[in-house]
Design a protein around this ligand. Structure first.
Ligand code: FAD
Length: 467
């Protein structure tokens, strides 16, 4: 329930109270996970506030602090783990009005958190022939604030690494949730206090990111008879020092044939595939590597008219979690995992043990200076027990799992508290009102990460029991 005093304090700030809007703005893509769907389906905010500027963000946070009302920030709601879902109800802070874009300085862009990522890139391209370094495959809908606070990497990560790599976020302006909210400027390593923190440590009102030269990326799809050859080609391309690439991923047969209907007539069911986005200057190098690997060039976007290209899915929306989305559109029982394969031998062992139950999709991303194998394999879901077993099998084979079937920062990450985030939260959100339930270290400092039990947020029990 929203206290009357809060509504009075928020007079003049745009608010939404209609039930259908509350429901819509309380959800994200949590339903990718059958586990989260079971746990979070009933979660709902009591109020949505849509501040028009930073001063209104400060007003909302001051009022929520005074009335002890939880606040969950929201961009476009495309996160996958219930990140933007208000587990304790309360107020959803929809930041879409804070969408300013300033690209007056070369090599960097300053944006409001609600700026749509594709719109930022369009502005950058027309003003300075520049682009953001890394964007999620949801760039067409997602916001920059949501990406920085909830995402991890995407197109561009094969070259620039993840969002948390030094230099990929330059500055963040952040409002604290205190009796008198402060506006802080975080720079350098301090930005890690809000990057991928799910809005638990402050509300971002401005971001400064580095930019790079805009390229007219050419999509290339290569079909290969052996999945090992696809994996080696993908790794080789990602390792190539002189090839300017924005995306490299591979799919083990029959995934590409089954999940991408547009390529069904071009790819045999027993063919694996590599997808690449190459700068025009890198195209010859990509084609030469594909020829050496005895790959078949199934698609080259530079060979098609603009009209023909428009009718086909772009590689930018085939990889990352768009693979999962396309698979889910065809088969609602599909879900997915997030993994790291230390090498191809480990992937081979996992594949040998799980076969068709785990259709394999791997993104090549730069990590500590070298390409790494970031898995987003699909899972043919049967039961939650079997899903846990599949994760255990990965771990037995030496592969890390970043569990996408949990809603907390720690369980979805390295399964330990992050002292930097916890210390900053104590300072910036002393009552723990920002996105409650997402940081175990705050809610249950004594939680035993080694005990093999999932964290259950007590506020969530109350919300779901009430619905
Ligand atoms: C099909 C599909 C493909 C995807 N591909 C990728 C991908 O390539 N890479 C990737 O990293 N992710 C990917 N995702 C996840 C998601 O789309 C991205 O992370 C996206 O950038 C999130 O942006 P959003 O505006 O939707 O954020 P939301 O989902 O609205 O929010 C994400 C998190 O950020 C917090 N937040 C939002 N705004 C603020 C703010 N101003 N201050 C503080 N906290 C804030 C929210 O509370 C929430 O915890 C994908 C998801 C789908 C469904």
């Amino acid at each position: 329930m929203i206290p009357q005093g809060l509504l009075k304090d928020l007079e003049g700030v745009p608010l939404e109270t209609e039930a259908s809007v509350l429901r819509r703005k309380s959800r994200d893509y949590f339903w990718y996970s059958p586990v989260l769907k079971r746990l979070l389906d009933g979660v709902q905010a009591d109020l949505v506030a849509c501040p028009r500027d930073e001063a209104e963000v400060v007003r909302v946070l001051r009022a929520c602090h005074a009335h002890r009302v939880p606040v969950t920030a929201r961009g476009a709601g495309t996160g996958n783990y219930g990140q933007a879902m208000p587990l304790s109800g309360g107020l959803v802070l929809d930041l879409h009005h804070l969408a300013q874009v300033d690209c007056s300085r070369p090599g960097r862009v300053v944006c409001g958190p609600g700026a749509n990522i594709a719109a930022v890139n369009a502005t950058l391209r027309s003003a300075r022939a520049e682009a953001l370094r890394i964007v999620p495959s949801t760039a067409a809908t997602a916001t920059l604030g949501g990406f920085v606070a909830g995402g991890s990497g995407g197109l561009g990560s094969v070259r620039w690494g993840g969002l948390r790599a030094a230099g990929n976020v330059l500055r963040a302006r952040v409002v604290t949730c205190e009796a008198q909210p402060r506006v802080l400027e975080l720079e350098g390593e301090d930005v890690l206090k809000i990057v991928h923190a799910y809005g638990t440590t402050g509300i971002v009102t401005e971001l400064e990111l580095p930019t790079t030269r805009a390229e007219d990326w050419v999509d290339v799809i290569v079909g290969l008879d052996r999945w090992q050859d696809a994996a080696m080609l993908a790794r080789q391309l990602a390792e190539s020092d002189g090839l300017l690439l924005d995306e490299v991923a591979f799919f083990v047969a029959p995934l590409p044939h089954d999940v991408f209907p547009a390529w069904r007539s071009a790819l045999r069911r027993d063919q694996s595939a590599v997808i690449v986005m190459a700068a025009p200057s890198a195209l010859e190098g990509v084609l030469a590597a594909a020829r050496r690997a005895r790959g078949e060039i199934v698609h080259r976007s530079d060979r098609l008219s603009a009209e023909a290209r428009a009718g086909l899915p772009s590689v930018a929306e085939m990889g990352w979690n768009h693979t999962t989305l396309r698979a889910l559109q065809a088969d609602r029982s599909i879900t997915y995992l997030q993994t790291r394969y230390p090498d191809l031998a480990a992937l081979e062992r996992v594949h040998a043990r799980l076969g068709d139950e785990l259709p394999i999709h791997v993104e090549l991303i730069r990590s500590a200076g070298a390409p790494s194998l970031a898995g987003l394999p699909l899972v043919r879901f049967s039961t939650e027990e079997r899903l846990r077993e599949i994760m255990r099998i990965h771990e037995e084979e030496g592969c890390a799992v970043f569990d996408p079937h949990v809603y907390t920062l720690e369980e979805g990450g390295w399964r330990r508290p992050d002292p930097l985030l916890l210390a900053f939260k104590r300072e910036a959100d002393p009552l723990g009102l920002l996105n409650p339930g997402k940081m175990i270290a705050w809610d249950r400092p004594d939680f035993d990460f080694g005990a093999g039990k999932a964290f259950v947020f007590s506020g969530l029990e109350t919300t779901t029991a009430a619905t």
